[in-house]
Design a protein around this ligand. Structure first.
Ligand SMILES: CC(C)(COP(=O)(O)OP(=O)(O)OC[C@H]1O[C@@H](n2cnc3c(N)ncnc32)[C@H](O)[C@@H]1OP(=O)(O)O)[C@@H](O)C(=O)NCCC(=O)NCCS
Length: 176
């Protein structure tokens, strides 16, 4: 049965939380409060502010993956929550939207990521958003996924000693 895409709703959060922490490279937290703040930073914030850009892929009622996005980047609240964004600020003119996505380990490599990406691009284009970016580690193999899906603009920066790769995709249909 092909996956169905629906908007992420609060009742999906326990399963999304599991996928989030399973895929996160950060495993250690001082306490439960710090762990929850980390989840809020990369998922909760988006659901609170941009629910129409938050998706889950479902097979029956099981969540295979999720994607959360913001149509703009660089607002004060987001910058204070995610200070590393500051080093890429000039990229947000051509690539204003950004997203975070993860698939359950059993559901990878089956087209779920591509399906969610196609849907978010459609939603962003419908709002005349001209570009989209993601950030990842330059060592992560997920950069090949994004490159395959058309994220052909790449900028490498360092924040507090950690290299971060920004990958951007033009959604405007016009050359930059
Ligand atoms: C990265 C991720 C979201 C991709 O979703 P997915 O459903 O596994 O990817 P898809 O099956 O839709 O793949 C689409 C294309 O990208 C390719 N691809 C996907 N992941 C890849 C990888 N790690 N390396 C190389 N190619 C990859 C697929 O082979 C496929 O190519 P094809 O269409 O020519 O067959 C998912 O694998 C995942 O959650 N990974 C672990 C966590 C992660 O890295 N999240 C992103 C954080 S920035």
């Amino acid at each position: 049965m092909p996956a169905a895409l629906v908007n992420l709703k609060p009742h999906h959060l326990p399963e999304v939380r599991q996928i989030f922490f399973e895929t996160s490279s950060r495993k250690k937290f001082q306490n439960e409060e710090e762990r929850e703040r980390f989840f809020e930073k990369y998922v909760g914030y988006y659901l609170q502010h941009f629910p129409k850009f938050c998706l889950v892929a479902l097979e029956q009622s099981r969540i295979l993956g999720y994607l959360v996005a913001s149509p703009s980047t660089g607002g004060k609240e987001l910058l204070s929550l995610q200070p590393h964004l500051e080093v890429f600020k000039k990229e947000f003119v051509a690539f204003p939207a950004h997203l975070h996505m993860n698939c359950h380990h059993e559901a990878r490599g089956q087209g779920i990521g591509r399906l969610m990406m196609e849907m978010i691009e459609e939603l962003l284009r419908a709002e005349s958003i001209i570009g989209l970016h993601i950030m990842t580690s330059p060592d992560s193999s997920n950069k090949f996924f994004y490159h395959k899906l058309g994220f052909d603009h790449q900028v490498l920066e360092t924040f507090k000693g950690t290299p971060i790769l920004l990958m951007g995709k033009n959604l405007s249909g016009k050359s930059l």
